[in-house]
Each structure stands twice: as structure tokens, then as C-alpha cells.
Design a protein. Sequence first.
Length: 127
Amino acid sequence: MSSEGPMSEDAQMRLKKGATKGGLTRSDGEKPDVDDEEVEKKGGMSKEAQERLIEGARKGGRTRAAQLGREGYQEMGRKGGLSTMHQSGEEAAREKGIQIDESKYKTVSPLSDIAKPTDEEKEPQTN
């Protein structure tokens, strides 16, 4: 970990190269560049295999962003950015006094009593 924040050095490097959190690195559909040094770091996978993995992560990030909505995705990013190996993002936010508004999430976990849908968001029941 560096002194620049709770992100790993790899995450900081990706951000410096122009990437964003959550897999939304390129909206233009351009394939990511993977150099030979990165291939060696990842256990010797081919460039093609690396590109497929990166593209899969990007698609997963887009899907999650669509599920949560823009504001929910931003809140999730704030929470995730606070997490460490020893503390969850929720615990870190609570400790630092940072408010995370989980009511902005579009999807609701059955375990969460925070992100309940409003009456407007609930589907009308048909009999």
C-alpha cells in the first residue's frame, strides 16, 4: 500500500493511466492494451486471454452500474474505496464518520433493511 490512499498500487496505476473504478475503463469499445510485462505478472497468460479477462470485468462493471443506477453505483464505489484487508467499507465509513446512502441503490439485498424500495418503485400487484 502506498501513502496515496486505501487503493492498491495496481489500482492507483490503472487510475493514473486513465481507467476508472468498476470496470468502466473504455466506453469507446476499444480493446485494452496489455503488454508482455503484465502477462508475466499474471502467471504467463497470453495477451488474448488477458484481454478476454479484462473485457469480461468491464462488462460486469457495466451490468452492475445498470443494476444500481448512477447514484447507487457512485455510493457503492465510495464504500468500496474505503475497504481494506482488515476492515469492510461499511466499517471504515462508520469509523471515519462518512455517510453512505444505501437508499440510492436500485437493487435490494434481502439481507439489507437500509435499501428498501419506496412505494413508487414497488411494482403494482395484480390480482
